[in-house]
Design a protein around this ligand. Sequence first.
Ligand SMILES: NC(=O)c1ccc[n+]([C@@H]2O[C@H](COP(=O)([O-])OP(=O)(O)OC[C@H]3O[C@@H](n4cnc5c(N)ncnc54)[C@H](OP(=O)(O)O)[C@@H]3O)[C@@H](O)[C@H]2O)c1
Length: 268
Amino acid sequence: MVRIAVCGSAGRMGRRVIALAHEDTEVNIAGAVEKPGNPAIGCDAGEIAGVGRLSVPVVDNLADAIKGADVAIAFINDPEATVEQVAICRASAKPLVLGTTGLSSEQEQAFKDAARGIAVVKTSNFSVGVTVLLRLVEEAARLLGPRFNCEIVEAHHTQKCDAPSGTAISLAKAVAKTWNWDFEKSVRHGRAGITGERPIHEIGMHSLRAGDIVGQHDVLFGGVGESVELRHRAQSRDTFAMGALRAAKWVVGKPQGLYDMVDVLALR
Ligand SMILES: NC(=O)c1ccc[n+]([C@@H]2O[C@H](COP(=O)([O-])OP(=O)(O)OC[C@H]3O[C@@H](n4cnc5c(N)ncnc54)[C@H](OP(=O)(O)O)[C@@H]3O)[C@@H](O)[C@H]2O)c1
């Protein structure tokens, strides 16, 4: 039985992690954390998740919640606090499964520094489909070559705080790496006005925000007289929540290091 502490427990993802963990006979919810001031603090985590009383109160700090847990799962909407959370996990010598996206490059570095010494599974997308899509995109980029133009379009619900999505960034990085391009220099966010001819060394990135779309990613490789399109569509947040639970079970007892879903799914 793996005991988990859920950070961001009243959020869209946190509630699904708790609901699915409740149905899973291999995990136990040992702690639930929310941002100080969140109305869920003091309430029962199961009731917040809509699965009935679990006798796990939502608290306002991870250091307390992680004491009785083997691993923390965090889906919060505050990248800065993510760096603090990994430091708390390290101080408690507990592994972390992190789904939060939108970290700046400075925050990514601070996160990596703070994570040294513990095992962390960090990914912008816990779905099996996107993990495989990343592989397919790398292969398509390799086989088609940079004479095909790559454009990435992602669509999400209106409450999403960061753009482009972490998954879209991972997809663009996979293409840039395959073509030996510098990601920062080659990515172009949207187009407007008299843009001139499209440069060859460019990966177009476009973010759509509408309604309650859970998440869609399209990768288009456009050539002369033909194009190839790869699409992933998430119909439910449960795909991410199930992946995070799978990662939590996998990471307990693993040596220190930074892992992703390719490790969890043994796709390397
Ligand atoms: N990797 C993946 O597969 C994946 C999948 C889906 C989403 N995500 C990412 O996961 C994150 C959360 O998404 P969501 O849709 O669940 O967002 P959400 O509904 O806004 O939930 C986030 C929750 O985290 C809480 N929170 C903020 N700061 C906190 C802190 N310091 N300690 C504890 N809790 C804190 C928020 O509280 P307040 O409301 O009081 O601010 C909120 O309840 C986003 O970065 C999103 O992009 C990743």
